[in-house]
Design a protein around this ligand. Structure first.
Ligand code: KG4
Ligand code: ZN
Length: 333
């Protein structure tokens, strides 16, 4: 079965073609340049850019894969959550395409898509496992008893991990999205340079807004020259605090749930310090750890096509998934 996947929930216009065996094409047009002058994603600009790019991005994916539209068996598109105007572009385009091809259409929950990025590699993780899903909009620990059977264990009470990276990066004068740049600078810095708080110690949920406030106070205490001179140390301390909170709560969740497998997903899963710390814990505590290749961690359509394909094959269709207004919750139990 050949699937065409579409992702337009935020600031990436992405189309992918895949079958059960491999990704044949994954094209991602990033709108970073359109949004960078504003220091964050502007919803109206995102919607307009998706309208402009969706057709050329699809043409490119078809060209790379060597697949014709007449060979597509299924169309999948992100149904939510995300920016409503941005979602509507990809979702309507996908539904229209499916209708014209007279093929089935599947709406995919964006976070489930992130999780399914783990099924694009050579070695698929097998449930049961705990999933740590960390993106610009979400930070969630989910108990995955089976594919399509999810139970939310914890989530952030305020900012998501990626959002914390981005907001602190903005404060430090780094371009949006700042996660990757902070990680790059942190590699040369001292992790104990600043003492930053890990919030909600001993609790299941995450909170990153206090960390952001602490960083604001630290930066305001000093001159811009001091910040510039110590930028790599500040970034290393920030990265360490965010990663520390993620690792601590993940290990507690695994222990409480009695799971011996951990699966990472979402844009922040690109972070090498996070991967290294989770790998270290896996080695010393004897659990299995897996994460997608970085290209499938940040928003892309291959993960959406994979989730759509497996949903279609399993005919697991929880309420809301065919709608542009899906439930914000994607855990079924
Ligand atoms: O999953 P994603 O592409 O989009 C959402 O669904 O939100 O995640 C984007 C987030 C951004 O906040 C970005 O700063 C963060 O992932 N990110 C990183 C790294 N690469 C991307 N955060 C930390 N370290 C990285 N290397
Ligand atoms: Zn995402």
């Amino acid at each position: 079965m050949t699937v065409l996947g579409i992702e337009t929930s935020c600031d990436e216009t992405a189309v992918s073609i895949l079958n059960e065996k491999q990704v044949l094409a994954s094209v991602v047009y990033s709108q970073i340049r359109e949004h960078a002058p504003f220091g964050g994603v502007v919803p109206e600009i995102a919607s307009r850019a998706h309208v402009e790019k969706i057709s050329p991005v699809m043409e490119e994916a078809l060209r790379i894969s060597g697949i014709g539209l007449d060979q597509i068996d299924l169309v999948a598109a992100t149904a939510g959550p995300g920016l409503i105007g941005a979602l509507a572009v990809g979702f309507s385009f996908g539904k229209g395409l499916a209708l014209s091809l007279q093929k089935p259409f599947v709406g995919v929950h964006h976070m489930e898509g992130h999780l399914f990025a783990n099924r694009l590699g050579a070695k698929e993780p097998k449930p049961p496992f705990v999933a740590l899903i960390v993106s610009g909009g979400h930070t969630e620990l989910v108990d995955v008893a089976e594919w399509f059977q999810y139970r939310l264990w914890s989530r952030t009470r305020d900012d998501a991990a990626g959002e914390a990276f981005d907001k602190i990066g903005k404060l430090l004068g780094l371009e949006y999205p700042a996660g990757g740049r902070i990680a790059q600078l942190a590699a040369k810095g001292k992790r104990d340079f600043l003492s930053l708080p890990v919030a909600m110690r001993g609790k299941r949920d995450f909170s990153f807004s206090g960390l952001k406030t602490a960083a604001v106070y630290e930066v305001k205490k000093h001159s811009p020259e001091w910040v510039l001179e110590n930028l790599s140390h500040i970034c290393a301390s920030v990265e360490d605090a965010i990663v520390g909170a993620l690792v601590e709560k993940t290990l507690s969740a695994m222990q409480a749930l009695g799971r011996d497998r951990l699966v990472l997903a979402g844009g922040v899963a690109c972070n090498q310090w996070l991967r290294a710390k989770l790998n270290e814990a896996a080695q010393s505590m004897g659990f299995e750890f897996s994460a997608p290749v970085p290209a499938y961690c940040t928003d892309n359509a291959a993960m959406i096509a994979a989730a759509g394909l497996h949903r279609h094959l399993s005919s697991a269709t929880p309420a809301g998934h065919a709608s542009i207004f899906p439930s914000q919750d994607w855990y079924s139990i």
